[in-house]
Write a protein that binds this ligand. Sequence first.
Ligand code: NAD
Length: 301
Amino acid sequence: MIDFQNRVAIVTGAGRGLGAEHAKLLASRGAAVIVNDSGVATDGTEGEQRPADEVVGAIEDAGGAAVADYGSVSDPDAAEAMVVKAVEEYGRVDIVINNAGILRDKAFHNLEWENLDAVLDVHLKGAFYVTRPAFRLMREQGYGRIIMTSSASGLLGNFGQANYGAAKMGLVGLMKVLAIEGAKYDIKVNAIAPVAGTRMTQELLGPMADRLQPALVSPVVAYLASEACDVTGEVYSVAGGTVSRMFVGLTQGWFKHPDKDGALTPEDVEENLSAIRDEVDYLVPTTNQEEIQKIAQSLFS
Ligand code: NAD
């Protein structure tokens, strides 16, 4: 049985949608939760305390422990204060779930910098701001679990979401690096790419939204946030009860030995494109070194 007794979790954007379900599930299994939410509209404007307060109320009514935090993740001082609050209230931070998010969709040719900054600030820089102070504590205590909320819009692309897709793929890069830097301190860092019916997706998903409840994403987050979590540096696609790993693969590719066969030319690439792209026997390198090893094997064979 996975539980979070004596564990302290920060969940950003936990006043609604996915974050609210993550917070409630963790709290129902014993975690003390900082329910962060600045209570903004989907585009990040305005703001109110009610969403965070309601989730804290629901957790307390169910016998759990939670405290509200209304700071914006895109403000480094507010993010640091969130971590300080967790330590003041509950003595430590074991889990960070970076979930807060907004949308400013625009076809790329019409994208204003204001809408680029707003989206990068919340999704990508917000995760830096909240995670770094927590990561420092996790290193000291030799334990931590961090979850990033990525998206298929970054991993696979989606029309009108250049800002959002770049931020979401940026989170995968951050996750990969922290998985490496945190490894020797038992800090595990993973990402999810969820699909769920929330206010963010109601227009997109239509009637399918009923089958894609946010609560069906939270069990994966809870596993990744638990002591039982046995993986790091990975991305999981999660929707409506389906769970799959998504990964970066390296094809066996094609090699022209510079000493024996001459230098690679653009025409070589054109002629050998199908071999270069052939997915048979692809590798899934988990570190830079594994890719370098494959390159070295070709060069020195
Ligand atoms: P949602 O709008 O229901 O919830 C997002 C919450 O984040 C809101 O309560 C909002 O007030 C809060 N928030 C926004 N900016 C904030 C800030 N600066 N500081 C603190 N809180 C802030 O949306 P959701 O669908 O539950 O989305 C949660 C996360 O999941 C987002 O990162 C989103 O991009 C990601 N995601 C969702 C889906 C999906 O299908 N719903 C798919 C892929 C990724």
